[in-house]
Design a protein. Structure first.
Length: 255
């Protein structure tokens, strides 16, 4: 099972007297095995609060795309050459010798109602704008001929789903590179930018020790069990606890 760590750059906000509360715990330190793969990429923040990084697609001259990092989905989509998909980079299949057309169509709709459609292609790809071909995986992605209006208007070119289902980008990286024994990826959320790491996390980014929350994987995605919400109910600092006892999806692709 894939463990996802999502943590804030300013971790002291977790000590607020109001908000969602859940059990925190310190992870027991264990001696790490040999590090087989570790990759990191800086992320930037969209105006609506989501974060995006860069992936490279194709060989021998990779084409770079900025993509929203979305733990709430599991597919990859970028604009295709010829698409009226807004002011974005568009994938040109003729420039990649490793590209193949699967013969299938691509269609992905999201919870807020937006849908992207196009051709399902297969090509080599990797994370970051400096990654090399030996780090690449071969993976399907949507080369979109129709882009939802929200995707046309966003800063990032496309989206990469980081869900833990068997056919996702992170699952393919895990299979090819045999990630750390602890099998982790991390998304550090800063006020204006952040960092995505595959195969671990960068402890130098944290102001305080990382605290761990047990998660349940439902249908390949990442859920936390929220116990209650603490509400501020008066100017005198009084508060009220409302019990929830529900599972909540960790979705980095929505704000």
């Amino acid at each position: 099972m894939l463990l996802v760590i999502v943590f804030l750059l300013v971790m002291r906000t977790m000590e607020s007297t109001s908000g969602l509360h859940f059990d925190l715990m310190r992870k027991q330190s264990t001696e790490r095995g040999r590090r087989l793969f570790y990759e990191g990429a800086g992320t930037s923040k969209e105006a609506d609060g989501v974060y995006y990084a860069t992936i490279r697609i194709g060989t021998p001259n990779p084409q770079d795309f900025t993509v929203i990092i979305d733990t709430g989905s599991a597919t990859i989509a970028v604009p295709c050459k010829g698409c009226s998909c807004g002011n974005h980079n568009h994938f040109d299949a003729s420039l990649s010798s490793s590209n193949t057309d699967t013969g299938h169509s691509y269609s992905q709709c999201y919870a807020e109602g937006s849908c992207n459609r196009g051709h399902l292609l297969n090509d080599k790809m990797c994370l970051g704008n400096e990654c090399t071909e030996d780090e690449m995986i071969t993976h399907d992605f949507g080369c979109c001929t129709t882009f939802a209006s929200s995707f046309k208007e966003q800063t990032a070119d496309g989206i990469v789903g980081m869900g833990g289902v068997s056919n996702s980008f992170i699952a393919a990286l895990r299979s090819k590179h045999d990630l750390l024994d602890e099998n982790e990826f991390s998304l550090c959320l800063g006020s204006n930018a952040g960092h995505l790491n595959i195969g671990g996390y960068d402890n130098s980014l944290n102001l305080e020790p990382v605290q761990w929350i047990e998660h349940t994987s439902l249908s390949g995605y990442y859920h936390l069990a929220f116990e209650n919400v603490v509400l501020d109910v008066g100017s005198n600092g009084s508060s009220r606890i409302v019990n929830i006892n529900k599972n909540a999806l960790i979705d980095s692709g929505t704000s």
